[in-house]
Design a protein. Structure first.
Length: 364
């Protein structure tokens, strides 16, 4: 187990065996590190400390007995993403999920309690894209969402047992979905989104990955097209969009689109496409929009929800952090463990638990 975790930490750092040897100032040879990773030998305490420092992980992480692995990893990406990039992302995801599962175990919470929105948890086969509309309506009904816009999709998914991670992903990677497998335990669904993406893109990615958790990859409608249609229908219910714009339009103006797209927290381009898919706009009207006033909307979001300095802050996952502070408040973990789990300095955690305004109060 130690060897596997050492290899994982090395991959996350993007280092070859030789690179790690250099980072250790050749205190340990690449051949010896390879033996550690294969389980042929174990390092002594001085080398273990040096490895942890070089890889910027805790000794506790390297010697942890937790056994978890990612299964069914599906990247949503453009062409050109390297195998090395994917390995680094998978390693980071697994480490973060392990910390998530650890704090849930400390609090004796059911990590695998994901509230599947369908009576039968088997993935649905979509014969055509119109069935994705019905599936989205069924999920909304099961989760009692009505037809209103979803104010915080990240929070909604976490409330229903899906682990959501926000990570700095390689360029061209929008997100990924996977299952976290553990011995003799149910698998835990996980969705990862790119911190660098706009809020509108992150929400679409989350809904898209939820679709992949519910739709059979062998669907005749096509797995990607089906997940995309589900995501659009889930975020922008057909009845609501028709109420906003009417059942048929020759054109829709930007002043009409902006408040509606902000209400749904989706991109303006996605809303235009949704109108075409629902028959509100004709294909030619959609093409004209993207040739004229919406020409640059696919690459630059008009009137985005997040300002540049807010990138990744709105609708960010916060359940893991809340659980860490809960365990700290209950005395189940100490400050050093909380700092390790949250990857924050101890003094930052200590200041946070004192509460806002206490620094000024201490001076009076």
């Amino acid at each position: 187990m130690f060897g596997e975790r050492l290899k994982r930490a090395r991959k996350r750092a993007g280092l070859s065996l030789r690179d790690l040897e250099e980072r250790l100032s050749r205190q340990v040879s690449a051949q010896a590190i390879g033996k550690y990773e294969r389980g042929d030998m174990m390092p002594g305490s001085p080398v273990l400390i040096a490895l942890a420092r070089a890889l910027e992980v805790s000794i506790g992480y390297l010697v942890s007995p937790m056994q978890a692995r990612l299964d069914g990893v599906e990247f949503r990406k453009k062409a050109g993403t390297t195998a090395k990039d994917r390995a680094r992302v998978e390693t980071e995801v697994l480490e973060q999920v392990e910390r998530y599962l650890m704090i849930e175990a400390i609090l004796e919470l059911d990590s695998a309690c994901w509230n599947h929105p369908l009576p039968d948890p088997q993935r649905r086969v979509m014969s055509d894209l119109t069935e994705c509309e019905a599936l989205a309506e069924q999920v909304r009904a099961q989760w009692k969402l009505g037809l209103d816009p979803i104010p915080n999709l990240t929070q909604l998914l976490e409330q229903h047992g899906i682990k959501v991670l926000l990570l700095p992903l390689p360029a061209g990677v929008y997100g990924l979905t996977c299952l976290v497998q553990r011995p003799e335990r149910e698998a835990v669904p996980c969705i990862v989104v790119n911190r660098a993406a706009t809020l509108e893109r992150r929400r679409l990615t989350l809904a898209h990955e939820l679709g992949h958790r519910l739709i059979d990859d062998a669907s005749p409608a096509g797995a990607e097209a089906a997940a995309q249609r589900f995501a659009s229908a889930f975020l922008m219910p057909a009845a609501s969009v028709r109420h906003d714009f009417g059942s048929h339009r020759h054109a829709i103006s930007p002043p009409e689109l902006m408040p509606v797209k902000r209400g749904y927290r989706v991109s303006a381009a996605a809303l235009l496409v949704r109108c075409e898919r629902l028959g509100i706009l004709s294909p030619s009207a959609l093409a004209y929009a993207f040739q004229t006033f919406a020409k640059g909307w696919r690459t630059a979001e008009p009137e985005p929800w997040e300002l540049p300095e807010q990138q990744g802050m709105l609708e960010a996952p916060d359940r893991f952090e809340q659980l860490c502070y809960r365990a700290l408040a209950e005395g189940l973990i100490g400050l050093p463990k909380a700092a390790e789990l949250l990857r924050q300095p101890v003094d930052v955690i200590a200041a946070a638990i004192k509460g806002p305004g206490t620094a000024n109060a201490d001076h009076h």
